[in-house]
Each structure stands twice: as structure tokens, then as C-alpha cells.
Design a protein around this ligand. Structure first.
Ligand SMILES: Nc1ncnc2c1ncn2[C@@H]1O[C@H](COP(=O)(O)OP(=O)(O)OP(=O)(O)O)[C@@H](O)[C@H]1O
Ligand SMILES: [Mg+2]
Length: 318
């Protein structure tokens, strides 16, 4: 089901100086869309048009089939969580109050607010003792987690994220990405996630949208973007980084040919862990000078892996 629809949307901040040109596309419910493109191409503008923070000049945006122009703005923003890079927490409020801020506006009962804050802090992987702290007592990564918790407080259908992990270190970012992916699976929200980072876009997105100068250059699955770019810009933008990121996020067990224990070939002696990345698998193939590897799962050998398996996976484009 279509949850967000751009219908020939154009936007100019300055008269006739279009920063968004006739954007026409839709996002399905439950999708995790990663929006990438060079600086200034219009990502933030596009995101903020979805929750009505920035008005547009032409066309229309439909949320759940209803034009933004007809939505009550307060109700709309309640339906849409929003997380930005430098999350602006209220400095004089505890983390608990920060998280339940929207619920307070909605006049939700105190006890329910408290319970919801606990639920949410668990969800984003922080200890409950943090609820009593103030924002200044948290690290950057922890603040971003609180930002995510706050965006989820009113249980919105859609979550918009604008480079939410752009300012945290590499290791923390990887952890936050992993958590975000799990959250998406668990909560079945529709997420639109802006990032500069190709690796992040490939790792997180069920769909990718590449923009340039206010237009969508190509949208599709990561397989389509990396292996079937339909124009020079996509090809150049993703280049080897996209290819590496794709093979780096794909696990061996996702692509390998499953085999029954009885059918395990004793000619294949080299092994690889099913949770290892395909990139590591290729490296192992090269290092060991073999064509196949046995794939190890929880209870012994679960399959075998070769370059053919990757080709199959890409062909299927799941
Ligand atoms: N308030 C504004 N007034 C005038 N022009 C603006 C305004 N906000 C953004 N722009 C222009 O609109 C274009 C798109 O900006 P936008 O912030 O959407 O880009 P972006 O893709 O998010 O960039 P970045 O990756 O750097 O965050 C840019 O050319 C920018 O200069
Ligand atoms: Mg931006």
C-alpha cells in the first residue's frame, strides 16, 4: 500500500529557482527508503515537505491517500516522527521528559507516559537509569538514541530521518545502523532516511533513491542501483564504493546454496561462517584458491558457497 505519494511536486525558495523539479514517485508502507545524493540536491527539502515543515509550490503530496493540504498539521506531525543530525533535546528537561514530550502535549496520563518512556529507552538500547539524566550528561551517540526514542513516542506510522548518525564516530554509527535495521523489522514503520554515506544507504535501505539537482536520477533496490544503473550519474555516484558496500552487507547464509547434512560434499574442505559477509567469502575463495566453501551454521555445515551463488542472488534482485 502506498503511504507517501509525490505528485509532480516542485519547490522554489526563490522565485522560479527550482530546487525540486516535478518529483513524482511513491513510497510503499513498511519500506525503508534511503535517500542519497550530493550536497544541495534537495534531500532535506524533500523530507521536510513530507511533514509539512516546508511548503511546496506545485503538485501535491499525499499521505495515506490524503493531500497534505487537507491534513490537520498537528495530526500529521503526530503521524510522522522526525530525527535530525544534531538532535535538539530540551536541555532543562530530563531524558524521560524529552522522550514523552509529545505525549505530554497529547495529554496522555502521566503513568502511561512513564511506562512508554521506559519501553522506548529499552527499545533504543539505553539503560533505564538514563531517564533521570539531563541531555548534557549524554554522549552524542546516546543523544541520537534518545532522538529516535522521542520520534517513536506517539507511535507514528512514518519516521523521517535526516542524516541522524552523521555526527557520531564510525563504530557507534555502525551500531546505531544495526539497531535501526532491527527496529525497522520489529516495528514495521515506514522510514525515509537521508544520508551522504553510500554504505549506510545500501546497508539500511529496502529501496534507494538517488537524487541530483532536485530530481530523482534513479530509484530501486540496492541490486538495481549497484548492478543495473540506468544512467552515468548513478554509475559514477555508486562506483566501487557501492559494489563493496553491497557485498559487505550481504551475508553468506543469505546467498549460499543450502545442503542437507547427508549431502555435504567431502571434496570441499575450506569453510566460512554463514554470518560472514560475501566480501569475506570472496576473499577466502581467493586466498585458499578454491571454487567452493562449506558454510557453517549453528549446527554444522548448512550449505556451500561459490561465486555462482552471488550471481543468482543479484539476478533475483531480492
Ligand atoms: N531556506 C532556504 N532558502 C533558500 N534556498 C534554500 C533554503 N534551504 C535550502 N535552500 C537551497 O535548496 C537546495 C536544496 O537544499 P537542501 O537543504 O534540500 O539540500 P540537501 O540535499 O539536504 O543538502 P545537504 O546534503 O548538504 O544537507 C540548495 O541549493 C540550497 O541552497
Ligand atoms: Mg540536508
Amino acid at each position: 500500500m502506498e503511504i507517501i505519494r509525490f505528485r509532480n511536486v516542485s519547490k522554489a525558495y526563490i522565485l522560479e529557482d527550482w530546487v525540486i523539479h516535478q518529483l513524482d514517485f511513491s513510497i510503499e508502507k513498511g519500506e525503508f527508503v534511503t535517500l542519497i545524493g550530493p550536497s544541495g540536491c534537495g534531500k532535506t527539502t524533500m523530507l521536510k515537505m513530507i511533514n509539512g515543515l516546508i511548503p511546496f509550490d506545485r503538485g501535491d503530496i499525499l499521505i495515506n491517500g490524503q493531500s497534505i493540504r487537507e491534513w490537520d498539521m498537528i495530526r500529521l506531525r503526530r503521524q510522522i516522527g522526525y530525527v535530525i543530525q544534531q538532535i535538539a533535546l530540551f536541555p532543562h528537561m530530563t531524558i524521560e521528559k524529552n522522550i514523552s514530550y509529545v505525549l505530554d502535549l497529547l495529554k496522555v496520563e502521566r503513568e502511561t507516559q512513564r511506562k512508554r518512556s521506559e519501553e522506548l529507552i529499552d527499545l533504543v538500547g539505553l539503560e533505564r537509569s538514563y531517564l533521570k539524566r539531563y541531555p548534557r550528561e549524554l554522549s552524542g551517540g546516546q543523544k541520537q538514541r534518545v532522538g529516535v526514542a522521542r520520534a517513536l513516542a506517539a507511535d507514528p506510522e512514518i519516521v523521517l530521518m535526516d542524516e541522524p548518525f552523521g555526527a557520531v564516530d564510525d563504530i557507534t554509527r555502525k551500531i546505531l545502523q544495526k539497531e535501526m535495521k532491527q527496529l525497522h523489522k520489529m516495528l514495521e514503520k515506514t522510514i525515509v532516511f537521508v544520508t551522504h554515506d553510500i554504505e549506510e544507504a545500501i546497508h539500511l535501505g529496502t529501496k534507494m533513491v538517488l537524487m541530483d539537482q532536485g530530481e530523482i536520477v534513479q530509484a530501486g533496490t540496492k541490486e538495481e542501483m549497484v548492478f543495473s544503473p540506468n544512467n552515468e550519474f548513478t554509475k559514477r555516484f555508486l562506483e566501487s564504493k557501492g559494489f563493496n558496500a553491497y557485498l559487505g552487507q550481504l551475508t553468506i547464509k543469505e546467498v549460499c546454496t543450502l545442503v542437507k547434512q547427508k549431502k555435504v560434499s567431502d571434496e570441499i574442505i575450506e569453510t566460512i561462517d554463514g554470518d560472514a559477509s560475501v566480501l569475506e567469502g570472496i576473499r577466502r575463495l581467493i586466498e585458499k584458491g578454491v571454487k567452493h566453501l562449506n558454510v557453517i551454521g549453528n549446527n554444522g555445515i548448512i550449505g556451500r558457497f561459490s561465486l555462482e551463488d552471488i550471481k543468482e542472488k543479484i539476478k533475483k534482485g531480492e
